[in-house]
Design a protein around this ligand. Structure first.
Ligand code: 0RA
Length: 648
C-alpha cells in the first residue's frame, strides 16, 4: 500500500498535504510553542476531545498512559469517532477528523466544547506534529484502526476484530523533528491538569498511568481523579489545612446564553486571589466578564446583607470588593457555546451576555445562603468587617506618615536607583537582596534603562501577614511605589513603570527564600503582571572557571548550575589547569562580571515567570507560605529527593 502511494495520489492525499503542512511549518501558531508547554498541549488536546464527549453525556472515563518511550495513549469510553464514509471527503470520517484542520468541530453538533485559547485546535494538529499516531475505534460491535505518520495516512481504516461497547483510543509519538527541546512528559504537570479537569466535570473519572516509573511490583505509577462533589470538592481542596468559616456554598444556573456553576468557601486566611474562573473548562487566568459579574454580585450581596442586619451602620463605609473576598476560595465555571477568548494569553473571557447570568445566579444563591445560615453568615461578615477596619487603619497610618514625610507614596522610594528612560516598555528594574549586592548592581547597570531597588533583609510574608500589615511594611510599599501599578482594586497595569521586573537574588537558600517571598507577593497582589509576562528571575552564575597561571583576571567560563559543572569536568582533558571559583552571592562578583553574566541583555538568561496552573500555584503558595506547618512539611518531604545541593 505504501508503495502504491508513491506514484499514485488520490484526493485524500492532496487534501492532507494542503491542510496539515502549515501546522508542521508553523507549529507555534497552533500549540503556542514547541517547548515543554507545546508538548503537553498535545495531550491536553486529545483529552479535551474526550472531555467533550463527557460534556455531551456519552463518556465517563478517560485513561491516560505515559509509556516508557514518552509516547502517550488516551483511552475514552465515548461514542467512538465515526467510521462511516464522509459524504464530502469520500473517506472515513475518522480519517477526516485526523487529517483536516478544525474538522472536529464540524461534527460536534449541539452542546458545549472545550475550546479556545490554544485548545480546540483539533486532534489533526496532534496528528500533524506526531511522528506516528494510531487511532482505535470501538463502535457497531467491532474494533477498527487507522495509522498515520507525520499527519499522513500510512494504513487505511481496517477492522481489527469484534468488540463490545464504544470508545476511542489514540496513541501518539510526539515528533522529535518538531519538539527539539524536550520529548519528556512531566507527571506533575499532567496530574495537575487532570485533577482540575476532574473537579470541573463532576463524576468524570480520569486515570493517569506512568509506565516510566513502576513500583517494586512493576505496576505503573497511577493516580485516579474522580470527584462526586465537583467544584465543591475543588474549593475544599484549595482550603485544605485552613480554618474555614462555612461549608462550601454551591449553586448553578442556566439560560440560552450558557450555564454557570459556582462554589465558594471562606477561611480565616488573608489571601484575596483565590477565585479561579473557568470558561468551557479553560482556566481564564486573565479573568473576564464571568469573573467581573461574580465579583460585583459578591460585593453587593454581602454589603446589602450586612446593612439589612445592622452589621454595617448608616455612618459606616461600604465593604470593598477586596474586603468581601479576603479569605475567599471560589470556583466560577461557565459553559457557553461560542466563547470569545481575548487578552495577552487568550485567557480573558469576552462574552458580555454571560456577565448578567453569573451576576444574577450569584446574587440569588449567595443571598439565600446568608439568609438561611445566619451563623456562618455572621462569621463571613465579621471577616470582611475586620478587613475593612484594617484597610482604614492602614490608610490612616499611611496618611500620618506621609504628613511627617516618612513614607510618601507619591515620591519614589529613596533606595531606588531609577533609570533615565521614561518608556516603560524599554525599562527594567532589578530587585536585589541587600545593600551590598545593590551596590554592585548599581555600578554594573546601564542607567539608561535599568533601575535597581535593593531590599533590606527579608521581605514580609504577605501570605501570613495580610494586606494591611503588608502595606505598612516599608519594603513592600517601596516595591509597590517603585513598580507604580498600585495593588488590589486600585491596580492598574498601564501604570507599570517597567515591563521587566527582574528578581535577582543570591544562589543560596536565603536567596531562594527571598525569591519565594517576592513571588508570593506578586502572585497575591499583582497577578496581572505575571500574566502580562513582566516578572522575571535573573540567573547569576554559580561558578567561574579561570585558567591557572593566567595573568589576566578575566574569567574564561561561567557555569550556571552543578550539572554544567559536572559536564565540564567530564569534558575537560586536564581540569587541574583551571581555578574554580564558587560565587556564594552576587556581592562576590565585580560589577563587570555581574553585568556580563546576569544583566547584559544580549548575554544573560532570564526566566520568565508564568502561572502554568493557577490552582496548583494557589495550593503551593498557601502550603509553603501559609500558617499551617503540616502541609509545608509534606511539600518539603515530597521534594526533598529532588534537592541535590543545599548551600547553607
Ligand atoms: C466526531 C463526532 C463524534 C464524536 C467524535 C468526533 C469524537 C472524537 C474524539 C476524540 C477523542 N475521543 C473522541 N470521541 C469522539 C460524534 C459521534 C456520533 O455522533 O456518534
Amino acid at each position: 500500500m505504501a508503495q502504491a502511494k508513491s506514484n499514485h495520489y488520490d484526493g485524500s492525499d492532496i487534501q492532507v498535504l494542503k491542510e496539515l503542512e502549515p501546522v508542521r511549518k508553523r507549529p507555534g501558531m497552533y500549540i503556542g510553542s514547541t517547548g515543554p508547554r507545546g508538548l503537553h498541549h498535545l495531550v491536553y488536546e486529545v483529552v479535551d476531545n474526550a472531555v467533550d464527549e463527557a460534556l455531551a453525556g456519552f463518556c465517563d472515563k478517560i485513561d491516560v498512559w505515559i509509556h516508557e518511550d514518552n509516547s502517550v495513549t488516551v483511552v475514552d469510553n465515548g461514542r467512538g469517532i465515526p467510521i462511516d464514509r464522509h459524504p464530502v471527503e469520500k473517506i472515513p470520517t475518522v480519517e477526516v477528523v485526523l487529517t483536516v484542520l478544525h474538522a472536529g468541530g464540524k461534527f460536534g453538533g449541539e452542546g458545549y466544547k472545550v475550546s479556545g485559547g490554544l485548545h480546540g485546535v483539533g486532534v489533526s494538529v496532534v496528528n500533524a506534529l506526531s511522528s506516528r499516531l494510531e487511532v482505535y475505534v470501538k463502535r457497531d460491535d467491532g474494533e477498527y484502526a487507522i495509522f498515520f505518520e507525520r499527519g499522513k495516512t500510512v494504513k487505511k481504516l481496517h477492522k481489527v476484530g469484534a468488540a463490545k461497547g464504544t470508545g476511542t483510543t489514540i496513541k501518539f509519538w510526539p515528533d522529535p523533528e518538531i519538539f527539539t527541546e524536550t520529548l519528556v512528559f512531566e507527571y506533575e504537570t499532567l496530574m495537575n491538569r487532570f485533577r482540575e479537569m476532574a473537579f470541573l466535570n463532576k463524576n468524570l473519572k480520569i486515570v493517569l498511568n506512568d509506565e516510566r516509573t513502576p513500583d517494586e511490583s512493576g505496576a505503573p505509577k497511577k493516580e485516579v481523579f474522580q470527584y462526586a462533589g465537583g467544584i465543591q470538592d475543588f474549593v475544599k481542596f484549595l482550603n485544605v489545612g485552613k480554618e474555614t468559616l462555612n461549608k462550601p456554598i454551591y449553586f448553578e444556573a442556566e439560560n440560552e446564553d450558557g450555564a454557570v456553576d459556582v462554589a465558594m468557601q471562606w477561611s480565616t486566611s488573608y489571601s484575596t486571589n483565590s477565585v479561579l474562573a473557568f470558561a468551557n473548562n479553560i482556566n481564564t487566568q486573565e479573568g473576564g466578564t464571568h469573573l467581573d459579574g461574580f465579583k460585583q454580585a459578591v460585593t453587593r450581596t454581602i454589603n446589602d446583607y450586612a446593612r439589612s442586619k445592622g452589621f454595617l451602620k448608616d455612618k459606616d463605609n461600604n465593604l470593598s470588593g477586596d474586603d468581601t473576598r479576603e479569605g475567599l476560595a471560589a470556583i466560577v465555571s461557565v459553559k457557553l457555546h461560542e466563547p470569545q477568548f481575548e487578552g495577552q494569553t487568550k485567557t480573558k473571557l469576552g462574552n458580555t451576555e454571560i456577565r448578567s447570568l453569573v451576576q444574577t445566579a450569584v446574587t440569588q444563591g449567595l443571598a439565600e445562603f446568608l439568609e438561611e445560615n445566619p451563623k456562618p453568615a455572621k462569621r463571613i461578615i465579621d471577616k470582611a468587617t475586620q478587613a475593612l477596619k484594617a484597610r482604614e487603619a492602614a490608610r490612616l497610618a499611611r496618611e500620618r506618615s506621609r504628613k511627617t514625610g516618612a513614607l510618601d507614596s507619591f515620591t519614589l522610594p529613596g533606595k531606588l536607583a531609577d533609570c533615565s528612560s521614561k518608556d516603560a516598555s524599554l525599562s527594567e528594574i532589578f530587585i536585589v537582596e541587600g545593600d551590598s549586592a545593590g551596590g554592585s548592581a548599581k555600578q554594573a547597570r546601564d542607567r539608561k534603562f535599568q533601575a535597581i531597588l535593593p531590599l533590606r533583609g527579608k521581605i514580609l510574608n504577605v501570605e501570613r501577614a495580610g494586606l494591611h500589615r503588608a502595606l505598612s511594611s516599608e519594603t513592600i510599599s517601596a516595591l509597590i511605589t517603585a513598580i507604580g501599578t498600585n495593588i488590589g482594586e486600585d491596580f492598574d497595569a498601564e501604570q507599570a513603570r517597567y515591563h521587566r521586573i527582574i528578581i535577582m537574588t543570591d544562589a543560596d537558600v536565603d536567596g531562594a527564600h527571598i525569591r519565594t517571598l517576592l513571588l508570593t507577593f506578586f502572585y497575591r497582589y499583582m497577578p496581572e503582571l505575571i500574566n502580562l509576562g513582566y516578572i522575571y528571575i535573573a540567573q547569576p552564575p554559580l561558578y567561574g572557571l579561570k585558567k591557572k597561571n593566567s595573568r589576566s583576571i578575566k574569567i574564561d567560563k561561567y557555569l550556571f548550575n552543578d550539572n554544567a559543572l559536572r559536564k565540564e569536568f567530564a569534558e575537560l582533558e586536564d581540569p587541574d589547569k583551571y581555578d574554580i571559583q564558587r560565587y556564594k552571592g552576587l556581592g562576590e562578583m565585580d560589577p563587570h562580571q555581574l553585568w556580563e553574566t546576569t544583566m547584559e541583555p544580549h548575554t544573560r538568561t532570564l526566566l520568565q515567570v508564568s502561572i502554568e496552573n493557577a490552582s496548583e500555584a494557589e495550593r503551593v503558595v498557601s502550603d509553603l507560605m501559609g500558617d499551617q506547618v503540616e502541609p509545608r512539611k509534606e511539600f518539603i518531604q515530597k521534594r526533598a529527593k529532588e534537592v541535590r545541593f543545599l548551600d547553607i
